[in-house]
Design a protein around this ligand. Sequence first.
Ligand code: GDP
Length: 422
Amino acid sequence: LTQNTTVSELAKKLEVKPNELIKKLMGLGVIATMNQSLSEEEIEVLCGEMGKKVKFKEVTGDDIFEEEEDAPSLLKPRAPVVTIMGHVDHGKTSLLDAVRESDLVSKEHGGITQKMAAYKVQVGKGEIIFIDTPGHAAFTAMRARGAKGADIVILIVAADDGIMPQTVEAIDHAKAAGVPIIIAINKIDKEGSNPEKVKQELTKYSLVPEEWGGRTQVALISAKNRIGIQELLEKVLLEAELLELKTNPDATGFGIVIEGRLEKGKGPVGTVLLQRGSMKVGSPFITNYTYGKVKALIDGHGTRLREVKAIMPIEILGFEEVPNAGDKIKVLGSEKEVKEIAMRRSSDLRRIGQERKKKKMTLEDLHKKIESGAEKKLNLIIKGDGLGSIEALSDALHRVSGESSIEVNIIHKDAGEITETD
Ligand code: GDP
């Protein structure tokens, strides 16, 4: 269904009389007429009661982003996509610098890989793509939009500081996304550094080092002094091998926007991770909120390319407007097709934008959803002023969850203020 389906449209789809729906709505305390458009929640509850599942088409044309399955014979091995997370000042930036510097291709070119939101480095015979975005925000934004940002997370922990709140947050994010974690214990050169203590602390989060019989790889590094970087990257390649990552480099291009910005003289620029297929200069494309035609493709060494194949991080010029991080991007057959979809969509977006502003999920809505069976899992973040009360509360919630029809899933708990990343 599309959003804003009316009572009579929904009745037709469900093959019932509109009056029946109106009665059910009354039971829920909603007075509706035949031609009234229903909210997503109301539609879900009604469909749940009828034993039907409902899926919403976000916006006209969004179904073009639905992923196609590739025949196994078309799939080729691909490089892993990695993101570095960790507490502030534990060394993310220094490690990313060290990684860029380590790139073999750059060394041959006599330069250093450019600071891009996503770039590829050559490690021995393998390649790794790094996503370099500030903090966890981009990772979270991408996940919220249903895009898988990374295959592997490198969790950096300073050996002189140990596990800190953002370390825990990163662990929770990675776990919720089902992404394997490799630990980089940093600042081992520093006096007072204690890598063994960090390893010990990590076991509390079910991250048990291989040397202790677990399956978490741990590397000891100094990002600043460039110690252990090569070993860390080799561990990433090893982990990636287990994942057997593959893509079809010959399909029509498809990827996600890692970062968008406006650049003087260039216009809107998007750093894109091309995940599947190929893309050429001149390719017409569409994203969730904008569209364009590829004017230039620029790689991590500043080289302009005519064509790129997945998997590849690339800077694209030619967007109509600045794209958002996490947006999907897809190459289409013709400019005409792109323009048609874009036109239809802009009016839809405006209407849905206005509807959205009015809506908020309330506890009552949630209760209705649970009762109707439309919602089976309740994801929660617990914040409080002390660890004791947080533990008590989460224990209590787990107990309630065991007795009720809904599964409580605590994705993150921590002491302190509620922050934007929460
Ligand atoms: P970020 O906030 O996680 O990006 O951390 P930075 O990379 O900016 O590093 C924070 C501080 O730690 C900087 O002053 C770095 O110079 C320092 N630092 C990073 N790595 C190391 C290291 O291996 N050893 C030492 N002694 N200092 C480091």
